[in-house]
Design a protein around this ligand. Sequence first.
Ligand SMILES: [Zn+2]
Length: 282
Amino acid sequence: MMPVDICIVCHNGKKGFRSCWPGLKECNSCGYCMADMDVQNLNLREIYSDEYFSGDEYVDYLRDRPTFEKQFRARLHEMKRFQPSGNLLEIGCAYGFFLAVAQLDYRAYGFDIAEGPVTYARGELGVDARCEDFLDVPLEPDSVDVVAMWDTIEHLPRPDLTIGKVGRVLKPGGFLFLTTGDIGSLIARVKREKWRLFHPPTHLHYFSRSTIARLLETAGLRVVKTRYVGVRRSVRQVAYSLLVLGKEHSSWLYDSIADSAIGDFSFVLNTYDIMLVVGQKR
Ligand SMILES: [Zn+2]
């Protein structure tokens, strides 16, 4: 394992990191930011137990399925403009909502380390989801047309290893699609440790447009598109974030919204701090 004081983006071990704000450190050489903790020794299977998807970060992931599907159909539409068919591998497929949409156009399969969600994805949605760590799976080099990583890279212990492997398994000309927060965005720089996407130990890595491009470059991928994307959220999820998350007391307002039909209503909100990055293998 690489010592934690060596940067995973520029591999500079001499200049070290400086503290950005409480809990976040930044590489003095390239500006890449990571959670100020022992990232290599976290128990990820414990963090991503079933509670993660129902109450910790997401209020009720399964109930919000129609919301996620709408969002994923829009992403798929964009993806097909780059690569209309072929095989698609998703890293961090969770409950398989994206695979279910993607398998209509691609031979789609995915990996996730969270057992409960993968069991659901296979059993309920009939998608090809596998409870394995992508890094442990033997895959043919130059064999994949499209890799998708939705809101996943920030959770990984070693994004450099994952992106490196993506670079190897993609076919020349194949595409990687990912989304992640932008630490260089206005809202992140203003809100700092109160930025809603800053929450170690689930979010460990905080990329900017330049540091994510550099990481992809190292793996032989050229960034062909970066843009800010809106995120579709149900009223239930938004109310949960505003009224419950991080609060000590329960909220009667949240309880009444969550159980009403209003809770199912969804809308797209673009706060210009989540990047969609498309990389193409050279
Ligand atoms: Zn660096």
